[in-house]
Design a protein around this ligand. Structure first.
Ligand SMILES: [Zn+2]
Ligand SMILES: [Zn+2]
Length: 119
């Protein structure tokens, strides 16, 4: 078996689970960076909004649509209500699409499958 190393720092991945592409340190760093970037993008699209208001907020209060490009304000009707009516129907798979676009080099998915095929 070929020795696998971290894609970022070339540390040995011995002892990591077979799907791991990054060492523990780099994986955590990437998670942190991804989260921070996602928040920064959302923040830029929703000036003045707070993280707390992103998905939560109280039912009956006005919240901002969870679609970054949208920014519509609307009255929250239920606990999971976070898209405006325009976006709700159009964006059933919104999270998948955004996630896939934001993670072209994600450690899971095709890359892992390729690794498995090569093993
Ligand atoms: Zn590493
Ligand atoms: Zn919307």
């Amino acid at each position: 078996m070929v020795e696998r190393t971290c894609e970022d720092c070339n540390a040995s991945l011995e002892g990591r689970d077979p799907q791991a592409v990054f060492c523990k340190t780099c994986f955590a760093a990437r998670q942190r960076r991804n989260r921070r970037d996602a928040y920064a993008r959302w923040k830029a699209a929703h000036p003045g909004a707070t993280r707390r208001a992103r998905y939560t907020g109280t039912v009956g209060t006005e919240i901002t649509c969870a679609t970054p490009e949208c920014g519509n304000r609307f009255i929250k009707r239920s606990g999971v209500h976070k898209f405006c009516d325009e976006c709700r129907v159009a964006n059933e798979s919104y999270h998948d699409n955004v996630w896939n676009r934001a993670h072209p080099n994600r450690p899971f998915g095709p890359k892992v499958l390729a690794l498995k095929a090569a093993a």
